[in-house]
Design a protein around this ligand. Structure first.
Ligand code: C5P
Length: 236
């Protein structure tokens, strides 16, 4: 497995290149993996990806592609050309869309599927989205489809990881946002867990934004999270 540092993916949820580089430089060389999402990519564009790669960082480009199969294929092919480590699509786009997107991925890149957002809870799933059953059932159903389509893993809440791994196997990646160190504000996240519990449950990567970005001391916040992962790795 990767080192504890490499299992923390920092969500670079800021809107300018300057801010992104300031955060990143404050955490280097310990920071190994960053996530560039819509806020940053839509305002800065691909240029930043090259810059982050030059700093030796691994990159998860989180644009959650969700469209008809042909458009999704072309979108993922464009993203794949940036040389990122992880790209994602929404599982809700369906099996054919995911299969087509998978065809656009080169060997060194992983394609993962977003199941249910970690801001979705039971009542929102049933009443707003009109999906019956539990959040866990829906996540597992979408994850099964992702696996059938040949994706490398999924994005889900740490609360679903144990069941996911039991059913779909240890190799099927679980990338989990919704991680909150003890005592943190959960903000808009509903299905949350601490870093230690998420790793114990089997998460491969923790995606963490505000608990680091909004901290008075981001480096200390990052190190505390890494320390929780190391505790699990050393069997504490
Ligand atoms: O600040 P916070 O730690 O909540 O950031 C979590 C990040 O993970 C955000 O960038 C959010 O877009 C992303 N994400 C998520 N839930 C998903 C997929 C991605 O929170 N299912």
């Amino acid at each position: 497995m990767y080192s504890a540092n490499e299992r923390v993916i920092l969500a670079l949820d800021v809107s300018s290149k300057q801010e992104a580089l300031k955060v990143v430089k404050g955490l280097l060389p310990e920071l190994r993996f960053v996530k560039v999402g819509m806020e940053l990519f839509f305002s800065v564009g691909p240029d930043l990806i090259h810059h982050l790669k030059d700093l030796g960082l691994k990159i998860f480009i989180d644009l959650k592609v969700h469209d008809i199969p042909n458009t999704a294929y072309n979108a993922v092919r464009s993203l794949n050309g940036l040389g990122c480590d992880i790209i994602n699509v929404h599982c809700a786009g369906g099996l054919t869309m995911m299969k087509r997107a998978r065809e656009a991925i080169s060997e060194d890149t992983k394609l993962i599927g977003v199941t249910q957002l970690t801001s979705t809870d039971q009542s929102m799933l049933n009443t707003e989205l009109g999906i019956a059953g539990s959040v866990t059932d829906s996540v597992l159903n979408l994850a099964r489809l992702a696996k059938e389509a040949g994706l490398h893993g999924v994005v889900c809440s740490p609360q679903e990881v144990e069941l996911l791994k039991a059913e779909l196997g240890k190799e099927f990646l679980a990338v989990t946002p919704g991680v909150r160190p003890l005592g943190e504000d959960t903000q808009d996240q509903k299905r949350v867990m601490t870093p230690k519990k998420a790793i114990q449950a089997g998460s491969d990567y923790l995606v963490i934004g505000r608990p680091i970005l909004k901290s008075d001391n981001p480096l200390r916040a990052f190190r505390d999270i890494v320390a929780q992962i190391q505790e699990v790795d050393s069997g504490e």
